[in-house]
Design a protein around this ligand. Structure first.
Ligand code: FES
Length: 149
């Protein structure tokens, strides 16, 4: 078996030029995604839906939000993607960030940065950074949809 220095990561790229190391937080959110939509029936009553695709890989992200009409806080955040492990982990943790402490306000959620998501994951491999922007872009579109209704 080849035990070259390129195999130290969990996944090694096919050209063996770069190892991809996923943190335990990424792995936890990938294997146990939070707020993932199992059945689209459950998001029928949500007030905002956003969809965003990554031209880099052809993947797609859907986000649904529920908003408290008085406080304008996001009280529920569900999502579904055809993206990779990094996209799944990034969106799972983003849903927790948005919902923690009673939920972000719409204005706070508009400023959720990919960097915050990546930091909470303990980092992502460089070539997977674009996967983390799928969820904040889809969230922005869901907020736009909510505001236009
Ligand atoms: Fe396409 Fe990560 S979402 S490579």
């Amino acid at each position: 078996m080849n035990t070259s220095t390129h195999s130290i990561g969990d996944v090694t790229s096919c050209d063996h030029s770069q190892s991809w190391v996923y943190t335990d937080v990424v792995k936890d959110h990938f294997f146990h995604p939070r707020n993932f939509v199992q059945d689209e029936e459950e998001v029928n009553i949500f007030e905002g839906h956003g969809q965003y695709g990554s031209p880099a890989c052809g993947d797609e992200m859907h986000v649904w939000i529920k908003v408290d009409p008085d406080s304008k806080r996001i009280t529920d955040f569900k999502w579904r993607t055809f993206g990779c492990a990094s996209a799944i982990a990034a969106t799972s943790i983003a849903s927790e960030i948005v919902l923690e402490n009673g939920g972000m306000t719409i204005e706070e959620a508009k400023h959720l940065k990919p960097q915050t998501i990546i930091e909470r994951l303990g980092g992502l491999p460089n070539r997977k950074i674009h996967c983390s922007v799928l969820c904040d872009k889809a969230l922005l579109k869901a907020i736009e949809d909510y505001e236009n209704r």
